[in-house]
Design a protein around this ligand. Sequence first.
Ligand code: SAM
Length: 275
Amino acid sequence: MDLWLRESQISDAVMTYKIKQTLIRKKTKYQDLAIVDTYCFGKMLVLDGIVQTTVKDEYVYHEMITHVPLFTHPNPQKVLVVGGGDGGAVKEILKHPTVERVVLCEIDQEVIEQCRKYLPEISFALDDPRCEIFIGDGIKYVHEHKNSFDVIIVDSTDPFGAAEGLFGRSFYKEIDECLTENGIFVAQTETPFYLPEVVKGIYNDAKAVFPITKLFMAGIPTYPSGFWSFTLGSKKYDPQKVDLSSSVNINTKYYTKELHKACFVLPKFIENLTK
Ligand code: SAM
């Protein structure tokens, strides 16, 4: 008998993944947590039935959500990740030699513990001495830390439940105050193919706060529609104008200096969401 993980990407479209083995399944204080081993994407973290990250394609999302802001900022030293309990964003952030400290503010300690145990390929950098783990709500943490970070990355679950308050104008205002003078913020901001109005609303909320606000895209096989958006808010530096010619070479599988610029060139139907 075959075993399949069935993920509802939207109410009337599902994706199914053939499973070799369920490594862990438990209810945490915040969500239903599972880590399964699949034939097609290897091991994957699933929260409330939604695929978060897989060992086969995690590099796309984690490289783009980190290297685009970190190469846009001229000297990123202090970085905050809100969410990101699988450690994938931290893994990429610590490739930047300028980074002295990265704080991971994750609400669910179980995510960190289970990813450490079952997904060491993604979570290993959580043990780096430059990484400080804070277990708590990112909304509260951002509110309580002013003028503290050069780059803030909101690597959250989708905008409902505990993550609902990590989207929207009031939170982006808090982010603005938590950033240092020329800080940069990036968030994962859903699929414009299935949820154009959600993407448009998030973009407009960020634009109301940040003088430079941009949408960029990446192709992520295990995310709904495979077409994923990120929203960047910047106080001073424009990611499309930054000179990358002398930026340090780091080991990547998806991000390139050319893609850093190209990812902001949007298909018409997505560009229309930013008008
Ligand atoms: N990095 C993965 C990816 O590739 O998309 C997904 C992100 S990570 C698993 C999402 C994390 O956000 C979850 O571990 C969840 O517990 C955390 N989270 C949700 N709401 C939060 C909040 N208000 N504060 C801090 N962490 C939160």
